[in-house]
Design a protein around this ligand. Structure first.
Ligand code: CUA
Length: 189
């Protein structure tokens, strides 16, 4: 009962210093997390992505960017390549995607029915194709050759058989193909 006055003296000052240091640290951690979240959002690295683009699965084949004639790879004016694809029970269209090596590749894909997975072996490409929404992801292939693209979301009885291929070709071959067709795939080769 003799010690119920305000604490003072060296011990109290030291405690206050330590408290202030810890408070600063926790504010710093919160600030760091905010910066990380903002960075991931700006660079579209969050999953699901913060910018939602929609595509009506009922009219995919009739109108908009995912009509059949618009699927496949196209050479963009800036030299990059845009790939548009759809997943449906139980295949990808195109089933074989052709892209050039050493080139920025942007994928835009969606589903015509249920949720499918879009994954390319040995790359950062791993997104879900959700009906109603457009999934976008960018990558770059440093070596030529073929890669597998299995569906990795259970989508029904035919799920195990749902997979596609990516064929990475050299730049000159791709350029030459692009002069002949506006949209490229390797389905019939
Ligand atoms: Cu499509 Cu599993």
């Amino acid at each position: 009962m003799t010690h119920d006055h305000e604490p003072h003296g060296e011990g109290a000052q030291r405690a206050e210093r330590i408290e202030r240091r810890w408070a600063t640290l926790s504010v710093g951690i919160v600030a760091l997390l905010i910066v990380m979240a903002a960075f991931a959002g700006i660079h579209q690295a969050t999953m699901p992505q913060p910018v939602l683009e929609t595509a009506d699965p009922r009219t995919l084949h009739i109108a908009g960017e995912f009509t059949e004639a618009n699927l496949g790879s196209s050479l963009e004016p800036d030299g990059s390549v845009m790939v548009r694809a759809i997943g449906q029970q139980y295949s990808f269209t195109p089933a074989c995607i052709v892209v050039p090596v050493g080139t920025p590749i942007a994928f835009r894909a969606t589903s015509a029915d249920v949720v499918h997975g879009f994954l390319i072996d040995g790359t950062n490409v791993n997104v879900m194709l959700v009906p109603g929404y457009v999934s976008t992801i960018a990558t770059r292939f440093e070596t030529t050759g073929e890669r597998h693209m299995p569906c990795h979301e259970f989508c029904g009885t035919g799920h195990e058989g749902m997979w596609g291929r990516i064929r990475v070709v050299d730049k000159a071959t791709f350029q030459e193909m692009a002069t002949r067709h506006r949209r490229l795939s390797c389905v019939d080769q």
